[in-house]
Design a protein around this ligand. Sequence first.
Ligand SMILES: O=C1O[C@H](COP(=O)(O)O)[C@@H](O)[C@H](O)[C@H]1O
Length: 247
Amino acid sequence: MPDRKCSFKISLAESEDKLIETLSNLLRRCSEQAKDRKATFSIGLSGGSLVQLLTKALRKSTLDTSNWEFFFCDERYVADDHSDSTFCAYRTEWLSQLPSILDSQFVKADTTKLLDECAADYEARVKVKLGNSHSVPQFDLLLLGMGPDGHTCSLFPEQPATLEETSRLVIPIRNSPKPPPERITFTLPLINNARDVAFVVTGASKSDVVKRVFVDQDKQFPAAWVDPTNGQLTLIVDAGAGSQIIS
Ligand SMILES: O=C1O[C@H](COP(=O)(O)O)[C@@H](O)[C@H](O)[C@H]1O
């Protein structure tokens, strides 16, 4: 197996309840560690299947989220109230299920701006919020998903140039192979500077790509490029997604 810079841990959950418990424990550990360092806990969210799983984990955990700030590892370039918007998906879910989380805790992209401007503006917001306007800001935790094609955030295998970005921390995406076509996404320098990065991947249809990304580290898949320089990488999988990595 090729080497990683980071420490890597796999958590295989036998049921959805166990997976939610594992995710809750991760949130507890990361938020408690952040408390020792600073006033807020910065967490980057992904969309898709993570929305429901994270909502369940937060409901189960009874963690105090009042000092948490929620960012978006990627966002679809649509209006805030559009059904494709990841912000909209979380806000809709949390309004009823986690009403103590306020709108002011979301640091979201301004999709009323032109796409390139939207990405640059979101990068600036991240830098201001994380208090590091010169070098690369450090998230306490990034929660990532992975598609069956090995994409993560909005970094797709069909667009390998996005993996070579070294200066911009948030970039615009056009012609995304998965709709909607226009998006913004964190890039590898920002992702790999996080203290903790966790992938949450479920479903037997992803078992092959889970093996190819996390065991073979096959770099044709963008998710295989996630390797936090000084951080911890965790893979949380259910029995279906993890079926080819059980030894
Ligand atoms: O389009 C996206 O897909 C990925 C994976 O989603 P999933 O539903 O297969 O878990 C997601 O992580 C990303 O944020 C989203 O924009």
